[in-house]
Design a protein around this ligand. Structure first.
Ligand SMILES: O=C(O)CCC(=O)C(=O)O
Length: 247
């Protein structure tokens, strides 16, 4: 795969995100969906109606899934000229009627560990996080596509001031009001790459079909893998941010 890395890099530097259109073929996406549906040894979340909402720890649970991770790593390497490694991963199903997400950053929240120490969200594990969202279905206004804003610059402590400081990364109403969000319409196989400091949100799925995406986060390979420790800490944290932050 060859990417138009210069243009992508310019867009990232300007806005904190860029969209790669049609980089995965439908045949590949269909195989991915099959692997996701059959994946074992993952962490699954269901809503009150017992609909599958989310699967975590799945990026390496099949040949196509492994191939996807490799392709995203290639893309990141080409665009940023750095080696990345997977930090966390999830599949979001957003079934019909499924709720959306409050406006938030990713990883900017405090959590409390079992020793009652206050920890700085994802910044305990690094200071650069890049998300890759892969559209498995068309993402539209009707089915609750991602809405994304230009990245905010700042340290963990500075960005925390823009949040509700309630153990989730939810933005305050004032900051949300002052932020311009773009609806990111996607076709199947499109990928959005964005910084964790890009405010984002999404609405409820008002369509009759699921809106399935993969939502992976990458950190710098030079700091080593934080994948297992992140999920361990998350499971042990006394913090409410591990609860879905959906509306
Ligand atoms: O799936 C969505 O609509 C948004 C997901 C999201 O913002 C998140 O998981 O942080």
């Amino acid at each position: 795969m060859k990417f138009n890395s210069l243009n992508y890099r310019d867009q990232y530097d300007k806005n904190g995100y860029f969209i790669c259109r049609k980089i995965f073929e439908r045949k590949f996406i269909n195989k991915l969906i099959e692997e996701i549906n059959n994946s074992k040894n993952t962490v699954k979340y269901f809503d009150k109606l017992n609909n599958l909402r989310r699967i975590e720890k799945l990026y390496n649970k099949g040949n196509q899934l492994n191939e996807l991770n490799k392709k995203i790593l290639d893309l990141l390497k080409e665009v940023f000229n750095k080696d990345f490694i997977i930090f966390k991963d999830k599949f979001n199903a957003k079934p019909p009627g499924g709720e959306g997400f409050f406006a938030h950053y990713d990883g900017i929240f405090h959590f409390v560990n079992p020793k009652n120490e206050k920890k700085k969200g994802w910044y305990e594990y690094g200071d650069l996080f890049i998300n890759a969202l892969v559209a498995l279905d068309e993402c539209t206004k009707e089915n609750g596509a991602l809405e994304l804003a230009k990245y905010h610059k700042g340290t963990f402590d500075q960005l925390l001031e823009n949040t509700k400081k309630n153990g989730t990364p939810a933005l305050t109403n004032e900051v949300e009001k002052d932020t311009t969000f773009d609806l990111i319409n996607l076709d199947i196989g499109d990928v959005v790459i964005f910084s964790n400091t890009c405010p984002h949100r999404s609405k409820k799925n008002d369509s009759s079909k699921s809106r399935r995406i993969l939502y992976y986060t990458y950190s710098l390979a030079e700091n080593g893998s934080k994948y297992e420790i992140y999920f361990e800490d998350k499971a042990k944290s006394k913090n409410i941010s591990k609860v879905l932050i959906e509306k």
